[in-house]
Design a protein around this ligand. Structure first.
Ligand code: HEM
Length: 440
């Protein structure tokens, strides 16, 4: 190798390490929340790579020792985890104007066409975008206008299961509900985002592209925390995305909607199979209020037990429900600690949902608790239940998600008797369930 090239490479390497070190020392001089002493330069990165553990799991294991607000260092960046509803209220509501920024990480920059989509850094662009999306796509009047499309999606989910049952020798469908719901919710949100129905081959192409974007958006990219990693391109992760902002925005909404909603439907039905007494009580409520006709969105206010089942399922959400990474727009104080602008802040929502000081027997699926204690999903009464987060970054799809999950679950319970398949291992890709059409 050319001598000059070696010297230049070494100089850049040493300069980037010194820069990271200076940056790290600058942040260490602040009064950050407690946490394990970081390894020089790399912080907890080797630990995460060696144990293959996510950062949220790591924060759960550290929480008994360091308390409900703690810091884990990733390279030069402090990642601050908040496990406490009161501190979350302080950050997202009282200091909401400062805690609503987002981190500018590299992979997110690519999938959002340079941080220009809804879920990225706060500024006049994202504020205007959010207002537009809420008015023209996800607000009450638009949701009303799109109701016929949702009705079709609800019917299609039921029909998909029914046709699998009809084709089975014993008349019982064995289905992966997550993929059934995923397909139909996807088709519905496609129309919502693109405004037209698309052809099948185009739909398949979009699905492939979406999968890649989803992987990238949540990728743990070491280059975000160690400068030299990125300078020397030590990891080839970036496909050539040259999409327009509009394509990135549609993809963001699609990805945000389909994984969460289909997971929630699948998870709720799996819980109902594990708790036949809850399933039976729900069926009786639907039968008494709606009778034989298919449940409609307009029936929801009259189905309190259904609402309790859906909220309880969101509470015991089992894939680690956290906020997207937040950031502050200026140095702030939280719980007496400094929160600098360079910190990545994660609100660990599932911690509040499973905290025994707020919930009796928190690991048990018990919808009745939501009848006794009518907490809504937006935290207006208490931050101990916050599945869609809160404040200026609250999930803009909350209303749509609640409608879809509630009606689909109601129709599935109304139309089929459900049970788990013995000896089949369920994965994060979905639960395999058996559905027997109810006799009418
Ligand atoms: C069960 C269903 C869903 C759950 C549990 C859920 C939960 C969340 C959570 C926790 C956040 C992070 C908020 C924060 O960082 O403080 C979020 C953000 C977001 N969600 Fe949802 N969501 C769901 C469905 C949907 C749907 C149906 C859509 C769209 C149609 C959607 C679109 C978004 C978008 C665009 C963001 C980013 C908002 C921003 O940064 O300003 N979500 N969601």
């Amino acid at each position: 190798m050319d001598f000059f090239l070696v010297i230049t490479t070494l100089t850049v390497l040493v300069a980037s390490i010194l820069f990271d070190w200076w940056y790290f020392l600058k942040l260490r001089s602040k009064r950050l929340p407690p946490g394990p002493s970081p390894w020089p330069i790399v912080g907890a990165i080797p630990y995460l790579v060696r144990h293959g553990r996510g950062t949220t799991k790591l924060s759960h294991s550290l929480q008994p020792k360091y308390g409900k607000i703690l810091t884990v260092w990733l390279g030069k960046t402090p990642m601050i985890f908040i496990h406490d509803p009161e501190l979350t209220y302080d950050a997202l509501v009282k200091q909401g104007a400062y805690f609503s920024n987002r981190v500018k990480n590299y992979t997110m920059g690519i999938v959002s066409s340079g941080w220009r989509t809804l879920g990225t850094t706060e500024g006049p662009w994202t504020v205007a975008l959010r207002k537009n999306v809420m008015t023209h796509m996800l607000g009450p009047s638009r949701l009303k206008a799109f109701k016929p499309l949702r009705d079709r999606a609800y019917g299609d989910i039921v029909n998909d299961v029914r046709s699998v049952a009809a084709a089975a020798a014993d008349g019982v469908a064995q289905v992966n509900l997550r993929s059934v719901a995923f397909n139909q919710v996807f088709r519905f949100v496609l129309v919502l985002t693109f405004g037209v129905e698309l052809e099948e081959n185009l739909i398949q192409e979009i699905l492939l592209n979406l999968g890649e974007r989803f992987r990238l958006a949540f990728k743990f990219y070491v280059g975000d925390y160690l400068s030299f990693w990125r300078i020397f391109e030590l990891e080839k992760v970036f496909p050539d995305f040259n999409d327009s902002v509009l394509t990135s925005l549609c993809s963001e909404l699609l990805n945000a909607a389909i994984h969460t909603t289909s997971f929630a439907i699948d998870h709720t039905m799996a819980l109902l199979c594990e708790h036949p007494e809850v399933n039976e009580k729900l069926y009786r409520e639907i039968e008494a209020v709606v009778g034989r006709r298919a449940v409609d969105e307009s029936d929801l206010p009259d189905l309190p037990y259904l609402s309790a089942v859906v909220r309880e399922s969101l509470r015991v959400w089992n894939t680690g429900l956290v906020s997207l990474p937040h950031a502050t727009s200026e140095l702030r104080k939280l719980g007496g600690y400094d929160i600098p602008t360079d910190a990545v802040i994660i609100f660990v929502l599932e911690s509040f949902h499973l905290d025994p000081t707020h919930w009796s027997e928190p690991l048990i699926f018990k919808p009745e608790r939501f009848l006794e204690n009518d907490l809504d999903v937006l935290g207006t009464k208490s931050f101990s239940f916050l599945p869609f987060s809160a404040g200026r970054r609250v999930c803009p799809g909350t209303q749509l998600a609640m409608l879809e999950i509630s009606v689909v679950v109601a129709r599935l319970v109304q139309t089929f008797e459900w049970e788990k398949v013995p000896n089949v291992k369920n994965t994060r890709f979905g639960t395999v369930l058996r559905a027997r059409p109810r006799s009418v």
